[in-house]
Design a protein around this ligand. Structure first.
Ligand SMILES: Nc1ncnc2c1ncn2[C@@H]1O[C@H](COP(=O)(O)OP(=O)(O)O)[C@@H](O)[C@H]1O
Ligand SMILES: [Mg+2]
Length: 287
């Protein structure tokens, strides 16, 4: 099995929103950032992957298995962290293990103890009294103690301070380092992804704008800036998220369109954040 996740032509319609032919592949052993504005469809896609929501059409394979037919088997091998903790508030950290370990064939108690110690989790504290960072670490300790081959994290870093975010990124990088595990990491805090993601899937209003390696994404676009006289018709049509006024213009240009650049135009390498901002302004799609 070479892929952790294969989503093909996934469609789902709600009254005011639809996911349209969403396709992406996360190869085994890598981290994929799943990026998009609030409301773009990240959580909906994740719920469809987990079979918490019924799709209209398309197919989803997880670790080589069908996400619906093999749901129970898949659950043994994946772990999910939503932005809300799903453990009972009144459980103490040490009771979390007792409550959950029987669900998992591969539960490893000594590994759990190791993580609890390593993450400095207070065993006598109740879940509700833990900080956000601590709750997240507790969820990760559970995820990693049943040897999950795939972690799916939905906006795990929102609300975390920079130190806790950095710690999380270290934990995740270490977790996939043996090449047998993969992570799908949904976020709108894209600076996290610049550090650890190998692949990026960018979703915009229910449509995939880009899915591929992070390096190809960053090399695939440049920010262009120039004076009003530099914005000729063919270039104007190719710019994504164009902002133009009397003093000049800026926008995002696919690298494949660089023939339209003149030497007066300044080009810069974008960050993932800048790409997200520009594509959110424009209507164009990039194939
Ligand atoms: N159960 C539902 N019924 C109707 N609309 C929904 C439902 N779940 C999500 N949506 C809509 O789908 C859109 C995408 O939401 P979501 O997937 O949560 O976005 P994201 O996680 O990227 O912020 C939103 O407009 C949301 O209102
Ligand atoms: Mg969401």
């Amino acid at each position: 099995m070479n892929n952790a996740i294969e989503v093909q032509k996934l469609c789902k319609s709600y009254k005011d929103f639809s996911l349209n032919n969403v396709s992406f592949t996360l190869p085994m052993g890598y981290i994929m950032g799943f990026v998009g504005q609030n409301g773009a469809g990240k959580t909906t896609t994740i719920r469809l992957i987990l079979n918490m929501v019924q799709r209209n059409s398309g197919s989803i394979n997880i670790l080589g298995m069908d996400n619906i037919k093999d749901e129970q088997k898949i659950k043994q091998d994946i772990a999910v962290v939503f932005d809300d903790i799903y453990f009972v508030d009144n459980w103490r950290v040490r009771e979390v293990e007792k409550a959950l370990k029987d669900f998992y064939i591969n539960w490893n108690s000594s590994l759990y103890s190791e993580y609890v110690t390593k993450f400095h989790l207070p065993v006598d504290k109740k879940v509700k009294d833990l900080s956000r960072g601590m709750k997240l670490k507790l969820m990760l300790a559970v995820a990693m103690s049943h040897d999950a081959k795939l972690l799916i994290l939905d906006e795990p870093t929102s609300g975390l301070d920079p130190v806790a975010r950095e710690e999380l990124l270290d934990i995740l990088s270490t977790y996939i380092s043996d090449g047998q595990r993969s992570i799908l990491f949904s976020t709108h805090i894209t600076s996290d992804l610049e550090k650890i993601a190998d692949y990026i899937t960018l979703i915009k209003r229910g449509n995939i704008f880009y899915s591929g390696t992070k390096d190809d994404l960053l090399e695939g676009f440049c920010i262009v800036k120039g004076g009003p006289e530099d914005l000729e018709a063919p270039l104007r049509e190719k710019i994504i998220g164009l902002t133009a006024n009397k003093t000049g213009f800026s926008g995002l240009l696919p690298a494949s369109e660089s023939k339209y650049l003149t030497k007066e135009i300044i080009t810069e390498t974008p960050s993932i954040d800048e790409i997200l901002v520009y594509i959110s302004k424009g209507e164009e799609t990039y194939e």
